[in-house]
Design a protein around this ligand. Structure first.
Ligand code: AMP
Ligand code: MG
Length: 331
């Protein structure tokens, strides 16, 4: 069993020393829990891939505790980066920029660019500051499974007895960061996440979106950019994602089926036919839905179901990010 640790000043100091010594520490952020290693220590970064079972072609986000620290990790810092950092950092926005030579290949999966984020959660900030190095951290779950939004979620998946999990309570956003590439002249959104694209557009004007699903073969052929695997964030139970107007789907009568829904979608006459119903937000609040998504998927996954039927959410704001995750969970 990994050790869940309260983030007292003394424990934070010890956790930081672990990072400095090339060991791994899982920690709370405002998006999801991260599995962290010293980003400048390739051996430590390699253990992250190993513990997660993550393929080496999927690059890691590097977490910093100041804009200045981020600037040292890239070879160019365009005006747009300044603008976005001033507006959204610390917070759930990851910026992809041309990397500096000191960033190990393993972190970027050999790409010439590095993904950077300054998280807002005090536990994450203190850990990075005390370790005095950037921390590479993917979500603290086994590869392709559901991201953890509590210390207990991490402990249930990563059982390494040497691992510390810094408990910062349940994650405020519950969904990964939004990823934007600033590598070329025109910014490109690479991943929907807990910062709504509409908020970025309010700052930058209309954005190009390149959030596409690729399969492993495409990635290995080098034809696609990494990190957009079509199967990701997945429960073990098969998940069927449908639009509300496709409801109800055809389901074999002997099947034990769960329903994942939102707002008044739950009040259909068919609801009683589902063995379990998880409503992401009774008040149809997208922020609440984002916060609850992964916990709800975990709960449904543990309910011994043959199938999870998920109803797509309104495709605006965080609804787009949630639908993206449900789509990837459904493969
Ligand atoms: P996570 O799985 O939450 O650790 O997020 C990592 C994701 O960030 C990857 O799967 C990519 O979508 C994105 N990412 C990280 N590094 C890069 C990079 N160098 N270039 C493009 N996207 C990246
Ligand atoms: Mg992840």
């Amino acid at each position: 069993m990994a050790l869940v640790v309260t983030p007292t000043p003394e424990n934070l100091l010890q956790a930081a020393q672990r990072i400095r010594a090339g060991r791994l520490v899982a920690f709370a952020t405002e998006t999801v829990y991260g599995l962290g290693a010293d980003a400048l220590n390739p051996a430590a970064v390699a253990s992250v891939f190993e513990l997660k079972g993550r393929p080496l072609f999927d690059p890691l986000i590097v977490h910093v505790s100041s804009t200045n620290q981020a600037q040292k990790l890239c070879s160019q810092w365009p005006v747009t980066a300044d603008k976005l950092a001033a507006r959204f950092w610390p917070g759930p926005l990851t910026m992809v920029l041309p990397r500096a030579d000191l960033v190990p290949d393993l972190v970027t999966a050999g790409l010439p660019n590095v993904a950077l984020r300054w998280p807002a959660h005090p536990v994450a900030q203190q850990l990075i500051r005390l370790a005095d190095c950037p921390i590479a951290a993917p979500s603290a779950n086994r590869f392709a499974s559901i991201s953890p939004t509590s210390a207990a979620d991490v402990a249930s998946e990563l059982t390494d007895p040497d691992l510390w999990i810094l408990d910062g309570g349940p994650c405020q956003h519950g969904l990964e960061s939004t990823v934007i590439s600033l590598v070329s002249e025109r910014p490109i959104v690479l991943r929907f996440g807990s910062l709504a694209v509409e908020d970025l557009e309010a700052e930058l004007g209309p954005l190009t979106i390149a959030v596409r699903s690729v399969n492993q073969a495409e990635l290995q052929s080098g034809l696609a950019s990494p990190g957009h695997l079509s199967r990701h964030y997945s429960p073990r139970t098969p998940l069927l994602l449908i639009e509300p107007d496709e409801f109800p789907p055809t389901i074999a009568t002997h099947q034990r089926v769960g329903l994942l829904c939102f707002g008044d979608q739950a009040s259909t006459p068919l609801t009683p036919h589902f063995a379990v119903v998880e409503n992401l937000s009774v008040d149809a609040d997208l922020r609440e839905a984002a916060t609850r998504l992964y916990a709800a998927l975990r709960k449904l996954d543990q309910a011994n179901l043959d199938l999870i039927v998920a109803l797509a959410l309104p495709a605006v704001g965080l609804g787009r990010a949630i639908n993206d995750r449900l789509q990837r969970a459904s493969h």
